[in-house]
Design a protein around this ligand. Sequence first.
Ligand code: MG
Length: 256
Amino acid sequence: MSAVSLKNRVIVLDFDGVVWDSVDEAFEQAWNAWTLLHGKPTLAYAGARERFREGRWQCRDGHDFYVLFQALVTDVTSEPGHWSADAFRAERVRFEGGAEAARFVEAFYASRSRMRDDDTERWLALQRPFPGVVEQVSELTSEARAVAVATTKDAPSATLLLEHAGVRGICVYGREVSLDKRVHLRAIGEHFGVAMADMVFVEDLLENLRGVSELGVHRVLADWGYNTASERAAALLEGVAVVSLADFADRLRAIW
Ligand SMILES: [Mg+2]
């Protein structure tokens, strides 16, 4: 368990829910996208944001934000945060390929880009790194072969947030590359010339970790992210390490 052990390893981090607490920012963009398409929702903003936060663990990308947000708006008594993963998946499939969902997703990402570029201070204020994560990621960056980010966010947004926090030298693989984390991980392994067994992937969504099980990368669930106690318990049963914010860098060092 020394710094030397990381020098030929690549650490891959999911962004939202691992490095950045961005759920309020995502809610703001969802609110803006809905308003653009349908007019302002007749909901109390803060209350809806809390219900959105509760349902965040179900979401992987803009399409899932649509599924979640429309549930909040169309049924104010619904509690999508308490839906089973299967129930949410069924809703996801129901809206897949729909024009309405596609328009929302486009408006969601356009709203984010516009706010990021035109009202940067407000955009930054809607989100923040998890406490202590910047320090640990910076340490890992100097010890490992590389630290990379694999995210369904757009790379310019993730890169700007990292730079704003003073974290440099991280390669971001974003939605421009793929929405599939398997594609990100293969590309990162190729780019840095390392085998999957020399990579670790830190995620907050168990579904995404299940999706990469075939690759042979070390899989780690971040317990501070957008997941639930039952998901954390399921992760352990499936052989996925569960780590806490206080010592996640040490837990990664101890893998090899
Ligand atoms: Mg995440």
